[in-house]
Design a protein around this ligand. Structure first.
Ligand SMILES: Nc1ncnc2c1ncn2[C@@H]1O[C@H](COP(=O)(O)OP(=O)(O)OP(=O)(O)O)[C@@H](O)[C@H]1O
Ligand SMILES: [Mg+2]
Length: 250
């Protein structure tokens, strides 16, 4: 049986007169990597925040492992702990080392012992190839290294899914790669991932499905080889042409 981790059913999010998400239905199964792409303002971040239980949809349902989150009496903060988030800016605590940044949630949210938290944090830092930097402070790390610590912080909590919102958007091209490689490792290890990104190499190599959004709606859903070879909709074709503008052979 397919295990559905997260599902949004006819999700709407309206801010005043802005309809950020306009009736999106989406599901992510255990072990899948789904990639959302779309123009700026198309509602990607808003949808991710709704699915990640950071924002309540104006209308529609969010199901976490089959349970309707807002119709049930489940403890939202407990559910949120099962969903990892990686944003564009990792927002590490400046006064804490990489290790202590990763340990924080393990101690405070999961209530692990010092030894156990340390063990899990080091294991997560190893997975993102940052074990050697455990004792460094954020200011001593590059943007890519900081982002990898941010990913370690998410992994360490053993979430059921990790949601990435343009995790490489603020990094220089050479720093992007180290983050993308780590994300690729995670996807290949079977981590359940929902990723908004414009990193087409990553999307093409590891996505099980590409979801193209525009104006708050899902316009096209396709396996990467189909989507990149032959987008079905004119809007996706135009977006890809702009994104790839001048880039060949990727
Ligand atoms: N908190 C908010 N209050 C008011 N409007 C918002 C809020 N968050 C998002 N919006 C609006 O909703 C729309 C969708 O924004 P969103 O950030 O989800 O798009 P996006 O696809 O993530 O864009 P980008 O690629 O630039 O990150 C935009 O018009 C945005 O201005
Ligand atoms: Mg966004």
């Amino acid at each position: 049986m397919v295990a559905r981790v997260l599902e949004g059913l006819d999700v709407w999010k309206v801010y005043g007169k802005t309809v950020a998400v306009a009736g999106v239905t989406i599901g992510i199964n255990k072990g899948e990597t789904k990639v959302i792409i779309g123009p700026s303002g198309s509602g990607k971040s808003t949808l991710l925040r709704c699915l990640g239980l950071l924002e309540r949809p104006t209308k529609g349902r969010i199901l976490f492992e089959g349970t309707d989150v807002y119709a049930s009496k489940l403890d939202l903060s407990k559910l949120r702990a099962k969903i990892g988030f990686v944003f564009q800016d990792p927002s590490l605590f400046r006064h804490l080392t990489a290790l202590d940044n990763v340990k924080l949630g393990l101690r405070r949210v999961l209530g692990l012992s010092e030894d156990e938290a340390r063990r899990k944090a080091l294991e997560a830092l190893r997975l993102v190839r940052m074990e050697e930097w455990a004792d460094h402070y954020p200011a001593q790390l590059s943007g890519g290294q900081q982002q990898r610590v941010g990913i370690a912080r998410a992994i360490a909590m053993d979430p059921d899914i990790i949601i990435f919102d343009e995790p490489t958007a603020s990094l220089d091209i050479e720093l992007k790669w180290e983050v993308i490689e780590v994300m690729r490792d995670l996807a290949k290890r079977g981590t359940t991932m929902l990723v908004a990104t414009h990193e087409l190499h990553f999307a093409r190599e590891v996505a099980d499905e590409i979801i193209f959004m525009d104006h708050g709606k899902i316009v096209e859903v396709a396996p990467p080889e189909e989507f990149f070879k032959r987008p079905k909709t004119e809007r996706a074709r135009r977006f890809m042409a702009r994104l790839l503008g001048g880039v060949t052979g990727w």
